[in-house]
Every structure is written in C-alpha cells, then in structure tokens.
Design a binder for this molecule. Structure first.
Ligand code: IVH
Length: 704
C-alpha cells in the first residue's frame, strides 16, 4: 500500500511527526500565496482553496498547540504586526495582593480573617502556593475555546495579547472537561524558566541584541511584542492560580477549582498545599523558601488564600486587594561583600565577559562568590573597582549581580578598572566591533584569536567542518571536541593529517573509544574527498566575522582564485589602498564586513592557519556561472525527490550554469524539475504552464 502523504491525512489521524511537517509545509505554502497576493497582487489559487489551507493549519495547531511555529500563518493575521495593542476591560477586575513581611503579619492576617467571618472553633483552612515572579494574564474561554487573552494593565483595563498568548504551549487553545462552564476566565502567571532565560540571553548576545536583566523582564518583554512570531520564538510558560468571570464555578473551594483546572488541561502549581492553621502556613512558607533555590523559576514569596469560596465571597475586597488572600514575601536577597578581583572569561564565540570574584557571602540562603558584571560599559557605568564593597543581589537571575558600589567605603588608593584589550586565554587582541546593523559598538569585546584561542578553537573547528563549509561526514561537534581534548586536532590542517599520523603510527584513531577500522577508514575517505574544495566554501570555513555563506560566495565570485584573493586582502590592509576600495565596492560587502576581512588577515596567527591548511588542500577556482549554458538566466525550481543527486548538488550545479534556483513556483518560473513524489509545486507549474522536466530530462538539458 502506498504510504499516505501527510497532506491527505485527516487531522485527527495525524501523528506528531506528520503534524510537524504538515505545519512546516502549510507555513511555506501559505506564505508563498500571501506573497503572491499581497506583494505581487497576483493570487495563484482560488480564495476558497487558500482558506482551506489556513483552516487546516489552524485545526492542526489546535490539536498540537506546542507545535505552533514562529512563522505560523495564524500569527500573521494581516501580514504586518499590529501597531499597538487593543485595550480590553476586564469583566472582573484583576486584583493585586496585600503583603506580609513577617510571621507576625501573617498571624495578624489570619486573625483578621477569623474575626471578619466571626469564626469561633471552626478551622480556617488556607492554601499556600509560590508567588511566581512573572506577569499575570487573563484567558477567556467560551464553550471551551480560547477567545481572548489579556494583560493585567491597571487591573480594570488591560491589553489584548491573544495572538501572543496563543503561542505559549502551556496555554490550551481549547479545553474539554465535564460540565465545562460556558464562559471561563482563567488567570495565572506567564513566566520564563531560568534555563530558558539563560539560553535566550545567550542567543541575544550571539545576535548582538541586548540581554534581559532577569527572567521577569524577559517574559514581560516577550509577551508584549507586537509581532507574535517573536513571542512564539521565546520559551514562555504559564501556571493557572485564579479566575475571573465564570458562568459557573466548578468547585466549592480554592483547591477544588484548581484541581478542576488541572484536570481540564491547565498547568497548576504542584507545590500548592492546604494548611489548617497558622503554624502549618508558616511551615509551608519555610518549606517553599527552602525549595526556592532549586526551583527552575523565580518566586518572591508565598501566597495564602482562604480555601472556602463562600468565605472568600463574604470577605470580599478592600481597595485593590482581596481580604481573603495575602502574599508573604521573602526577605530581599541582597548582601554586602568585598569584590576581590575581576576575572575575564572568554566564551565560545570569543566574547570577553567580566565576572566579579567576591568574598563569599550568604545571599538568601545561598553562598555567593561570583557575580556577573555583564560587560565593559556596565563596569564603567557603575564605576565598579577591584577592592570595592558592593551590594550583591540574587534576583530573578540564577547568576547573582552586583547592584551597586558603596563609594563611601572606598579606599584612597582605589583606581578605576581598566578593561583588558588582550584576551586572557590566548593573549590576542580583544576588540569591540561595530555592529553592522546598528552602527554602534558591540556590548562585548571579542578576542580576535579565533582558532588559536583555546576558548574558541572547538567552536571554530566545528564551524570549519560544518555543512556549508568543509562538510566532512562523520566529523561532528562530538568528535571535534574529543580530538581537541586529546590535542589530535588543534587547527584545521590537523584534520587532513589524521590519516598520515595513523600510518606513521603516531596516533591510532581506530583504537579510540567509539572508533574502529571501518569508521576510521570512512573518516579518512570523507576527509580526502574534501581536499579539493571550492573557494567559496573555503572562505566561509575560515569563520571570518560577518563573512557568512553569501559573503563568502560574493568574495569567491569576485576574486575567482585563492591566490588572487589572498593577494588582494593583503594589499587591502591600508584603508586608502585601491585594493581596499575594490573590496568595499563588491556588491553586498560594506565597510563592516570589509574591515572584518582585513582584520582577519592582519592577525599573523590567522595567516599561519591558512598557510598550513593550504599545504594540505587544493582550493579550486570559483566556477563562474556560465552565460552560454542552455539554462543561464533561467529561474528553476526543484521539487520532489531526486535520485541521481542531492537537492544541494542539483542547486549548486544549476547555479554554476547560471540558473537562478528558487524555492517556490510562480508565473516567473521557467523550469520545474520534478522528482518522484512532487506535489503542489508540480500542480502549480501546470497551472502556470511552466515547463516541467523530470530528472533525466534536466540532466540531458544541462548536458550532464
Ligand atoms: S492570586 C485576587 N496567586 O502576584 C488574587 N497571584 O501581587 C489574584 N502572583 O498580580 C492573585 N503568583 O501577578 C496569585 N500564586 C499566585 C501568584 C500571584 C504570582 C502575582 C500576580 C498578581 C500579583 C499580586
């Protein structure tokens, strides 16, 4: 039986994997149609067909909300992001909480509630649960469908962030539960875990974007994005803990309702518990506080709520807070200590990060001896100096921070801190580059040592063998790391010397853990296959800052041979030279890129690496796209699976022959090469009357 294609399968029958690829396909196709419609004003399918695609996309997303893609069509309602959020009045106000700062405050609260209710012997049970440090949101469901999501705003009026909240996989798009209330407004906290926060900041740094100070800011910044695809790319979480307007309340106590919500599919806090008296409340507080440092998210206190809902009703609200609940805050996690030293750490990409080495001090129950100083500007702004007494805080962050310096405690001999301009790991220059997008200096100072810097070498080598570079099969990050650890490969040329070392009896690769005769031979073959490499791949592999695959291609196309390229960049060392002028004049290469290229070849160690490498490999001249080939200047689309070549190969060959390879079929397409299983693109080609060739016809057309 032929395997059913995902696009033909009923949504209810889709597996997760099929749903994922189906959503990818729909995102691509719908985007193509949107472009045809909005930008070219030339729709290629009937409106009804288009609507059906969108409906299918939405239905799959409803079944698998966690698979919603950042580029999902459902997040691009009218293509452009909104200019501002719409205001929404909350059907019931979103209250804040009164605070308790001590055990006495809690006892006062407990007794106040008892008095208000006129309780005598009866037990007053309260729930205790972590107070999550995020931002609250209200989710409105009608007959089980999420129809509106809003921020708290001023408690009366918030902002409509439905499209953003829909991208959070913790938030159900649809709920089904027994006796589901027709209207439900579920409230809870949107937040970011420590791990996700750290990864997000790492990504921000890599992309030259500002980092967030703590997970709360990161969550708030992510949820209030006008473009929901940005929210979708941020790992947000949600925990439900309260409700607003409900057509029926599914329980008689706080615990019952929360359990109902949990069973209906909302994440709730497993640390919530029921306490029967003040002692149990304070015990719960102590236990949650103890767990605090082990939790993967920030909490800043414990919230107590009267469990019986009829009592909550009687207690009601005072000004902006309920009488039936209170937040017992944790003491601020700050301490004063001495900054003993500023250590500069070098990251995998060469960024120099200053870290404060502190006289160990207990902050909120945890001993702290390091604190982040972020970057050079931050040290200057706070005028942080070695020897200073500083206020350290363990805020949202897992990494403690230096909040401020106690200037009055500073000694007379203290001197401003001078940030090093040499990398502590390798001694090479460390520079602050200009961000090509903003034109401003980067926040991070970076080591220019590249491959010879031990902090960066593995990352550089990994890049060297990666797909668009040397693409050496069987040589991934794991192997590179292991070879580096054993000093078997410390620079690219070493990769090409592995086999010789083996035959010289220097190192036996086959005897290494995880390797055998066959895998070693396979690796040598894969390495040898790459001894001849195109100039563009070679340039990309060097990992020159700002020189990505397309820049490398532009350079290759312009200089054609490695000799011409090296001669030109050496001559371009002077900014007023003709060679430099030629370099900047290349289409798509601006000052920033040109300077990065020149700077790379100014470093002797980089030239050494290139020289060594060239003794092992043969860099082939750039194959100029032919202008006489039968496909020169033609727009070609490959679809379906090809048998005689990979998609990448086919693309490279077509481009070498001067064709332009496109991913989607339009009325401008000249040729569609359809392999087996070609689907919608083939159909579209027929619709447009575009010439369709099978793989063999294509090969004979290009004379292969
Ligand atoms: S209950 C009517 N429970 O704290 C009571 N709030 O200071 C509604 N918060 O705006 C709130 N964790 O953003 C409640 N477990 C929790 C909470 C919590 C965090 C936040 C919420 C609220 C603020 C009040």
């Amino acid at each position: 039986m032929a395997k059913a294609r995902s696009k033909d399968i009923d949504i209810a029958d889709l597996t997760r994997g099929q749903a994922k690829s189906e959503l990818a396909r729909l995102a691509r196709e719908i985007a193509d149609h949107d472009r045809a419609y909005h930008q070219k004003d030339r729709p290629v399918i009937a409106d009804a067909t288009y609507d059906a695609l969108r409906r299918r996309n939405d239905a799959i997303e409803r079944r698998f909300p966690d698979l919603i893609r950042p580029d999902s069509p459902s997040l691009r309602v009218a293509a452009a992001p909104a200019e501002k959020f719409e205001k929404v009045s909350h059907a019931q106000p979103m209250f804040s909480l009164g605070n308790a700062f001590s055990d006495d405050d809690v006892e006062d609260f407990y007794n106040r509630v008892r008095r208000f209710l006129g309780l005598d012997r009866e037990t007053l049970a309260l729930t205790a649960e972590p107070k999550i440090d995020g931002l609250s949101a209200s989710l409105r469901y009608v007959r089980g469908d999420l129809v509106l999501g809003a921020t708290r705003g001023d408690g009366q009026v918030g902002e409509d962030i439905t499209r953003n909240l829909r991208t959070i996989s913790d938030i159900p798009q649809h709920i089904a539960a027994p006796d589901l209330p027709e209207t439900m407004e579920i409230r809870g906290e949107v937040f970011m875990s420590h791990q996700d926060f750290a990864q997000l900041n790492e990504r921000q740094t890599k992309e030259g974007k500002p980092v967030f100070a703590n997970p709360r800011n990161a969550a708030a910044g992510s949820v209030r994005q006008l473009d929901p695809s940005i929210t979708a790319s941020r790992p947000l979480r949600f925990i439900a803990y309260a409700w607003g307007e409900m057509s029926r309340i599914p329980g008689r106590t706080q615990i019952e309702v929360i359990d109902y919500l949990r069973d209906a599919g909302f994440p709730t806090n497993p640390l919530m518990r029921l306490c029967q008296n003040v002692d149990e409340i304070l015990q719960a507080y102590g236990e949650i506080e103890l767990q605090r440092s082990r939790l993967d998210y920030d909490i800043d206190g414990v919230v107590y709520k009267v469990n019986r809902l009829d009592w909550q009703d009687r207690l009601g609200y005072v000004s902006r807070a309920p009488r039936w609940a209170i937040a017992h805050k944790f003491p601020p996690e700050q301490a004063i200590t001495q900054l003993v030293e500023i250590e500069i750490q070098v990251g995998r990409t060469g960024a120099l990060t200053p870290v404060a080495k502190l006289q160990p001090v207990t902050v909120g129950g945890v001993v702290v001896s390091n604190a982040s100083l972020h970057n050079e500007d931050e040290i200057q702004r706070k005028d942080i100096r070695v020897g200073d007494m500083v206020v350290v805080q363990r805020a949202g962050d897992v990494i403690p921070q230096v909040v401020k310096v106690l200037q009055e405690k500073r000694g007379k001999s203290s001197k401003p801190y001078v940030f090093p301009d040499k990398c502590p790991a390798c001694g090479c220059h460390a520079v602050r580059e200009t961000n090509p997008k903003t034109g401003k200096p980067d926040a991070a100072r970076r080591c220019t040592g590249g491959l010879i810097c031990p902090a960066q070498a593995v990352e550089r080598l990994r890049h060297f063998v990666s797909r668009n570079a040397f693409d050496i099969e069987g040589l991934g990050e794991k192997q590179i790391q292991a070879f580096w650890d054993d000093k078997l490969v410390t620079q690219p040329a070493d990769i090409f010397r592995l086999e010789k070392r083996q035959s010289d009896g220097d190192r036996d690769l086959a005897a290494r853990e995880g390797w055998g005769e066959i895998s070693a031979a396979n690796l040598f073959n894969a390495v040898n296959e790459r001894r001849a490499i195109g100039l563009d791949r070679f340039l990309f592999a060097l990992g020159i800052r700002h020189a990505g695959a397309s820049t490398a291609r532009r350079l290759a196309k312009n200089y054609l041979s490695i000799d011409a390229f090296l001669k030109a960049v050496r001559a371009a060392q002077q900014p007023d030279s003709e060679a430099y002028g030629d370099l900047v004049a290349i289409d798509g290469i601006g000052e920033v890129v040109a300077q990065a290229i020149v700077a790379f070849f100014q470093e002797p160690h980089n030239n050494e690496v290139v020289k060594e490498l060239l003794t092992e490999i043969d860099v082939q001249d750039f194959e100029a796209p032919s202008s006489t080939s039968p496909v020169a200047g033609k727009i070609v689309v490959f679809t379906g699976s090809l048998e005689k070549m990979t998609r990448n190969e086919a693309k490279a060959r077509a481009e070498a022959l001067g064709a332009k390879v496109s991913g989607s079929v339009s009325n401008k397409t000249d040729i569609v090469v359809a392999g087996s299983g070609a689907g919608s693109k083939l159909a579209k080609a027929r619709e447009f009357g575009v010439e369709v060739l099978d793989e063999d016809e294509w090969l004979s057309r290009i004379g292969d």
